[in-house]
Design a protein around this ligand. Structure first.
Ligand code: 5AD
Ligand code: SF4
Length: 465
């Protein structure tokens, strides 16, 4: 008698992502790579045969947080083992890169440590761990191109707004920052690869693409013509794709904001009026100690040019308070720059020493209480400006790209060109579409409005005004 055929048990992977959009992108690519190796996604770590922590090293005490998470993972692994199920635990991301072997030494529950440059080897490493390989560590910077070795993006869930990493790593070596150590030297992907990825995403209904890179405007990929393409040229090429209605990019360095890229904000309607441009400190003395390679005047000259070509632009920034040696007067300069620049959005940080970075051993570390007070004052100033920016949208009609259902039933959520979250009452069929919205009110973190009366939302719409 024929035996019933044994189907291999389904394997599941749960990826927990910390940190920036680049990590989110990496997690998607890891899930895809593991998908081709037979792993289906698990929403819950308790259901997963493989758990990956995709870690971030930017925030304070990042490594400590990973170790306490691993403590919890150990208990979960033991509970599953009592049910006769095994769990592999992998640590990826920037903490993996920075700590390497140390992770296995401190948390022997970890089966695999994999740095961001080795994700194309992930499926093979997982297979090695499944076969009994212990304490595997892949944190070198391999010579081969990881993007070329990652499987093509065919399994992506369709999303109206998608990310593409176009550039990785950084050669700037700001003295507070771990990125040049964890992500390595600057590297740009080829335009042809990026365009192909954008076309695949567009075929899966993406209509907005955000190009990602730690230093995205330093992009210099080798084009099919053998020439080096800058970010402006790449954006212009992507703008030619008919179903891509919106383009964004982040994060930029003031030094690499060339005139061609600035001009594009005035020339290319698909390039959204939003620019994230960290300035870090408003004091030239501190900027020098940070090795930022720009002055306050350089920064203000760039934003003045951007505002000339696109007066309505939403400017966003990163600011650090309490960098070693920062005096009250340096901080007053930071407040003054924030006051002059009037950001629509800003991410503010208390300086915290990262082991291995030059500033960690600088004299003049600022006491916690002073950092706390400076952060509070800065955040309150930034909030005033953000609120004013949001209030200026009230009464305007803005094209909104709807991305998801809102928190309340019958609500849909989208983004304005300025990246403001916008909520309206409307059907879920709006998701993935751009529709004109009359903005009625600004609450502290979002806008609310109504679809322009008479707008026919069953018709396909592109960039609607
Ligand atoms: N301390 C505080 N903030 C930091 N950032 C990076 N490194 C540090 C650090 N050691 C902030 C910078 C950067 C953002 C991503 O994180 O402002 O632009
Ligand atoms: Fe870090 Fe950005 Fe400075 Fe590079 S430019 S070292 S990523 S803060």
């Amino acid at each position: 008698m024929a035996q019933p055929r044994q189907t291999p048990p389904v394997k599941r992977v749960h990826i927990k992502t910390f940190g920036c959009q680049m990590n989110e992108y990496d997690s998607e690519r890891m899930a895809e790579a593991l998908g081709t190796a037979g792993y289906l996604p698990a929403d819950d770590a308790a259901e997963a045969d493989l758990v990956i922590l995709n870690t971030c090293h930017i925030r304070e005490k990042a490594a400590d947080k990973v170790y306490s998470e691993l403590g919890r993972m150990r208990l979960a692994k033991e509970a599953r083992r009592r049910e006769g199920r095994d769990t592999l635990i992998a640590v990826a991301g920037c903490v993996a890169q920075a700590e390497g072997q140390e992770i296995i030494a401190r948390a022997p529950v970890v089966d695999l440590v994999v740095g961001p440059q080795s994700y194309h080897r992930l499926a093979a490493l997982v297979a090695e761990a499944e076969a009994g390989g212990k304490g595997l560590v892949a944190t070198d910077f391999p010579a081969e191109d990881k993007f070329a070795h990652l499987p093509q993006r065919a399994r992506q869930r369709s999303k109206p707004s998608a990310f593409i990493t176009v550039q990785e790593g950084c050669d700037k070596f700001c003295t507070f920052c771990v990125v040049p150590y964890t992500r390595g030297a600057e590297y740009s992907r080829a335009p042809s690869e990026i365009v192909a990825e954008a076309e695949r995403l567009a075929a899966q209904e993406a209509c907005e693409i955000t190009l990602l890179g730690q230093n995205v405007n330093a992009y210099h990929g080798r084009g099919p013509d053998g020439q080096s393409w800058n970010l402006a040229r790449l954006l212009r090429r992507l703008a030619e794709l008919p179903s891509i209605a919106r383009l964004r990019f982040t994060t930029s360095h003031p030094l690499d904001m060339d005139d061609e890229l600035i001009a594009l904000f005035g020339e290319e309607p698909k390039l959204m009026p939003y620019l994230h441009l960290p300035f870090q400190s408003g004091s030239d003395r501190i900027l020098k100690a940070m090795n930022r390679k720009h002055t306050v005047a350089d920064y203000e000259a760039v934003i003045a040019k951007v505002r000339t070509v696109r007066p309505d632009i939403a400017l966003s920034t990163d600011i650090i308070v309490g960098f070693p040696g920062e005096t009250d007067s340096d901080f007053a300069d930071t407040m003054a720059l924030a006051e002059r620049a009037r950001f629509a959005q800003a991410f503010t940080f208390k300086y915290s020493a990262r082991p291995g970075t030059p500033a960690a051993s600088f004299a003049g570390q600022v006491p916690e209480a002073a950092k706390h007070e400076r952060l509070r004052r800065l955040q309150s100033l930034i909030d005033t400006h953000r609120r004013a920016f949001d209030l200026a949208a009230v009464g305007r009609r803005l094209p909104v790209l709807f991305e998801a259902k809102g928190r309340k039933p019958g609500q849909v959520a989208g983004r304005s060109p300025y990246l403001q979250p916008v909520y309206i009452e409307g059907p879920a069929t709006l998701i993935g579409r751009i529709a004109p919205v009359d903005i009625l009110a600004a609450s502290p973190n979002s806008l609310t409005g109504v679809i322009k009366s008479g707008f026919e939302w069953r018709e396909p719409v592109q960039a609607a005004e």
